[in-house]
Structure formats: structure tokens, C-alpha cells
Write a new protein. Structure first.
Length: 604
């Protein structure tokens, strides 16, 4: 049995949880003096950026100053911890008010056994390690009464350290891909009595895996829209559990082999008619629940592959003949960027059937033109000329029309592949009938997260999830480690089937020649019924905007595209279902709670 890591807070050592969804809270607590010394060192080494930050601060542009500081020194989750001594009611994030007119007291006790509420025909299941907060039962029952489309409801929680500090666990709306990768929902769920009576007898899991099993069975029966999320804390749990070690109820992080449908039929821990409570640990119980779900839904050929962090990757099957993938790279000169980009597509891309199309926007430098001619002469790439003003959307559309592949992979000229399996991971997801665009994890030139999916709303527009976090960060609730649904992904590296791309008209070059065309594409794919996925197992480097130049005409064009984007997608910008309204919209993502108390939303 492996020893769990320790974190020291004010001289006190304590074990952290082995749950992969909570690993983001495991980071060692750094003394404030050391943090300030590190920040001061970065500021001293970047005098120009520091001067801009000071000017913004002194002129009253505090939001801009905070954003610039985050870009310079990076972000983490430290700002989410609430001070020791704050009450949990005070700690409730905005967007999660108590239900007016209802008794905030609850007679329910946390238990592994289901409890029928005396308020309504609702069954509430809560792990004994979680303590229900005042008003939780009332809020769950009232929400189910007011929203008949929901058959089950989950909410948020509070994670409490031994020193009394607390962090809110703010969950997104229901996402089956995310839940199959890891349990981001937690062990508290309220289910309508009739739904419970219909589904509960079929479940065989126990512990936290039982909630996952119930949710997936209800989603199979009634559709994903039957699972609702109430964005307010309903329970709290201690970060420390001295009696637990990895493999004793938690999510074990030791590596394990994939589980196939054939193995599930012969393994007593995994048989559909077996009680998965006998699985050796919580991670195995979760894997068994997912294996059963895949088998029941006609996906027996999907492998559930556990990673060393305990998070599952579902390997969806490929056709017997791998499809041709058209890699599309727009460029104008900048051979210093283009050459390593193309080299990575040629030497660090393990996909047997691929073609490279370089859309050349009037490259003039002799070295670049010679390089392009050489690639074409050797049959390594096709050159698609695109003369005239830079128009990212139109260039990519033109290359897509010239492409022969079943799958399109749009790759910026300032992107480089890291690992050979990046394209395979993305294509496996893009070929799923219900999936539209998919995108990888991108790392910036300083080794930090540049793209972890696109979030709608922060700053009034969009931003990249977990931007400026350390490149090896697990992500809030495992969001940088688990394949999951997002509202959009960046076209710096975006993979989509050709017919799906054509079905929605490709990039909208008329409205979004340069900016927002990728987000607009993903949202239109969403309107057509396709899901957009972030696939963090695929990792590439992105030296963002290294090839862009801001000029007065470019700024004017950008303002027009901002206005067009808000006009078209304004309502969606109010609340991204894959994000939480309790986070501060003015400081990156997942870095701080919203300070102003605005942004309340109902169940979703």
C-alpha cells in the first residue's frame, strides 16, 4: 500500500485525500513570505510588464492590473481557500442563496443508506464522510418540485482543512464523459421516489460508486437532461480522514490495466451480476460501474484505461482502416515558427494516413518560399495559396475544401506536437457520432497551461480554462486530466470530421475573420446536436500570438468581431454550463470566488 503525500499547514502534517477529483487541493501550502519573494523576483525580471501593471493599478484599472499580474506570475487555486473562522453560510458562494421560505434545518443524517425525505417523495443518498449543510434537504426537495424534468439532483460541497480553512467544490452541469473519467459529482444525490424505485434495485455498487451507478442508469433511462445540478453547497467534507489510506474507500492512484467487456464477463469483481462492492478499492468499483454502463449501452468495444492518477480514459474504437486526416496549417512567412511546427507533424505524429496542407497567405521571405517549394517537391505537404489580407477563417475554409481527409485537423503555425499519440487521441473522440469538435491541452512557452477548453462569460466574452496554471496541474476537480465536455475549443488545434464541419458551414468568415471563429464554430456545432470535448491526454505546445501583429486596422476589426459575437451568442455568455457562476469572472478561471455576490443562476 503506497503512502499518501503529506501537506504541511502551519506546522501541522496531514494526509490528503486520494480522490483524483480533489487532487488539485493537494498542493503544498507555501508561506506568504516565500510567495511574495517569488512574485517580486518575476516582477523585477520583467520591468516593462511591471510598469504596465503599475500604470493600470494607479489609473484605477484594477481588473486589468490583476489580469496582467496573473499573466506574468501565473495562477493557482490558493485564492479559493476561505479564511479559518468564516462560517459556512458566509462561505456559501454567490449564486447559491438559501431557499426562501423554507425551514433551513434538516433532520437527515449522512448515511450510506438511502433516506426518504419527510418533505417530499425524494430519496437522498449521502456518504457518511459528508455532513449535510443546513437547508440542503429543503433545497433539494424544493428544486425537484419546481423542475419536473429532473429525476436526480446533485450540488456543490465544502472541503475543510484541519486549520478550519474551507474551499468550495463548485461543480459543472452534468457531463457523462466527465463522470466516466472520474467522480466529479461526489457522493450526495437526491432522486425522485419513483425513479429510485425503478432504478435502485438494478444497482449493485456501494460507497461513492453507487451514486455514479445511479446517475448513469437514470441518464440511460431518461436522458442526460434528467440529471440536474443545483449550484450551491449542500454538504461539507474534511480534507483529512486519518482512517483512510489509498485503497480503503478512496480512489486509489496505482496503475491498473484496461478493462474490456470480455474480461468483465469472467472477473468476479466485474461481472454484471456481481456486487461491485467486493472490488479491491474505490477506483476499481468506479471502473466496474463504468464497464457495466458501457456494456449496457452497446459500447462493449470501448476500453476503460486507468491512468496512474486513477482517472479513466475511454479508448473508443477506430475503423479497421484508419481514416485520412488532413492537417491544415495557415501561415505567412515566420519560418522560425512554421519549420518546427511542420517537423512535429512529420516526426511526432503517429498516424498512418495523413496529409499536410499549408495555406500560404502571401509569404514573401525567400527562405519561407524555398521551404514551401521543397516540402511540396518531396510530397510532404500541399501548398494552398491564399493571397490578400489575413483572414484566418477564410484561409482555413479554403484549405478544408481542398482537403481529401475524412477528418480535418486545424493546427496553427505556432503549435508543436509533443507526443506521437496526440492525433490518435483526438481522432478517436472526433469520430464518435455525437461529438463535433475536439481540442487538446496546450502549453505556453513558459510551461504553463495555455488552453484547457474555452469558457464562456469571463470578462464578458470568452477565455481559456485554467490559463496560466502550471503545465502539470491536475486542474480543478481534475478538469485538466479528464476528457470532458466544454463549450468550445481553440482553432489553434481543433479536430473535427469533414462532413460535420461542412454541415454547419465551416468557419464564419463574414462575421469572424480572425477572432471568435473557433468558438462560433463549436457553438454552431452544439446547436446542430454535437458535443465539444476537451481531451487533455493530447498535449501540444502553443506559442500563442507569436505570429500576430496588432495594428490600428486589426484593432478596429477586433472590435467589430467582439460586437458581432456578443450579438449572436449573448445569452450563452451569461452562464457557461460547463463552468460555475460562483467563480470570479475577472481573474482567469478557477482562481478566486466571485466577490460581488452577483451571477446567481438556478438549477441546470
Amino acid at each position: 500500500m503506497s503512502r499518501e503525500p503529506e501537506v504541511r499547514v502551519r506546522g501541522t502534517a496531514f494526509r490528503v485525500t486520494s480522490d483524483p477529483a480533489l487532487r488539485f487541493a493537494d498542493a503544498p501550502q507555501v508561506h506568504p513570505v516565500r510567495r511574495w519573494l517569488r512574485a517580486a523576483g518575476i516582477l523585477l525580471r520583467a520591468p516593462a510588464e511591471t510598469a504596465l501593471i503599475l500604470r493600470a493599478r494607479l489609473t484605477g484599472r484594477r481588473v486589468r492590473a490583476r489580469q496582467a499580474m496573473a499573466a506574468l506570475i501565473g495562477l493557482d487555486h490558493r485564492g479559493l481557500w476561505l479564511r479559518p473562522g468564516e462560517t459556512f453560510r458566509d462561505a456559501t458562494p454567490p449564486g447559491a442563496p438559501m431557499v426562501p421560505g423554507l425551514d433551513p434545518r434538516s433532520d437527515l443524517q449522512s448515511t450510506r443508506d438511502p433516506v426518504r425525505s419527510a418533505r417530499a417523495d425524494v430519496v437522498i443518498l449521502c456518504d457518511p464522510e459528508y455532513e449535510l449543510l443546513p437547508g440542503a434537504e429543503a433545497a433539494l426537495c424544493a428544486t425537484l418540485a419546481d423542475h419536473p424534468r429532473f429525476q436526480a439532483l446533485y450540488g456543490d460541497a465544502l472541503l475543510v482543512r484541519p486549520d478550519g480553512a474551507a474551499m468550495s467544490l463548485l461543480r459543472p452541469a452534468f457531463d457523462p464523459d466527465y463522470l466516466m473519467a472520474l467522480d466529479y459529482i461526489g457522493p450526495l444525490i437526491a432522486v425522485r421516489g419513483a425513479a429510485w424505485d425503478a432504478v435502485a434495485p438494478e444497482t449493485t455498487a456501494s460507497g461513492p460508486a453507487r451514486v455514479t451507478d445511479l446517475i448513469l442508469r437514470l441518464a440511460e433511462r431518461d436522458g442526460p437532461g434528467a440529471i440536474g445540478h443545483l449550484p450551491r453547497p449542500l454538504a461539507r467534507v474534511a480534507l483529512v480522514n486519518p482512517g483512510r489510506t489509498a485503497g480503503e474507500g478512496g480512489r486509489s492512484a496505482h496503475p491498473a490495466r484496461p478493462i474490456t467487456g470480455r474480461e468483465a464477463a469472467s472477473d468476479p469483481h466485474l461481472r454484471a451480476d456481481a456486487d461491485v462492492a467486493v472490488a479491491p478499492d474505490g477506483a476499481a468499483a468506479h471502473r466496474a460501474v463504468i464497464r457495466h454502463h458501457l456494456d449496457r449501452t452497446g459500447a462493449a468495444d470501448v476500453e476503460a484505461v486507468p491512468g496512474p492518477d486513477g482517472i479513466l480514459t475511454l479508448r473508443h474504437p477506430l475503423p479497421p482502416q484508419p481514416p485520412l486526416v488532413s492537417l491544415i496549417v495557415p501561415t505567412r512567412d515566420r519560418l522560425d515558427l512554421l519549420r518546427p511546427c511542420i517537423a512535429s507533424l512529420l516526426t511526432r505524429t503517429a498516424w498512418p494516413e495523413r496529409e499536410i496542407l499549408i495555406c500560404d497567405n502571401d509569404s514573401r521571405e525567400p527562405e519561407t518560399r524555398a521551404y514551401l517549394r521543397d516540402l511540396e517537391a518531396r510530397g510532404l505537404a500541399r501548398i494552398v495559396p491564399w493571397p490578400g489580407p489575413f483572414d484566418f477563417a477564410a484561409m482555413n475554409n479554403a484549405a478544408a475544401r481542398a482537403a481529401r481527409g475524412r477528418v480535418l485537423a486545424f493546427v496553427n503555425n505556432d503549435v508543436e506536437a509533443r507526443h506521437p499519440d496526440w492525433l490518435e487521441r483526438l481522432v478517436r473522440e472526433a469520430l464518435r457520432p455525437e461529438v463535433g469538435a475536439v481540442g487538446p491541452k496546450l502549453i505556453d512557452g513558459r510551461g504553463r497551461i495555455q488552453h484547457g477548453g474555452v469558457v464562456l462569460g469571463p470578462g464578458g466574452l470568452v477565455t481559456h480554462a485554467h490559463r496560466f496554471f502550471p503545465g502539470d496541474a491536475p486542474g480543478y476537480l481534475g478538469g485538466l486530466s479528464a476528457t470532458r465536455a466544454v463549450s468550445a475549443v481553440t482553432a489553434a488545434c481543433l479536430v473535427v470530421e469533414t462532413d460535420k464541419f461542412a454541415r454547419v458551414g465551416g468557419f464564419d468568415a463574414a462575421a469572424f475573420a480572425v477572432d471568435f471563429n473557433d468558438v462560433d464554430l463549436c457553438l454552431r456545432l452544439g446547436q446542430a446536436g454535437y458535443r465539444t470535448l476537451f481531451v487533455p491526454g493530447a498535449v501540444l505546445d502553443h506559442y500563442e500570438a507569436a505570429s500576430r501583429r496588432w495594428t490600428p486596422p486589426a484593432l478596429a476589426r477586433h472590435r467589430r468581431e467582439v460586437a458581432a459575437f456578443k450579438e449572436r451568442w449573448g445569452p450563452l455568455l451569461a452562464q457557461d454550463p460547463h463552468y460555475h457562476p460562483g467563480f470570479d469572472p475577472d481573474l482567469g478561471t478557477y482562481a478566486r470566488l466571485r466577490p460581488d455576490g452577483a451571477g446567481a443562476v438556478g438549477p441546470r
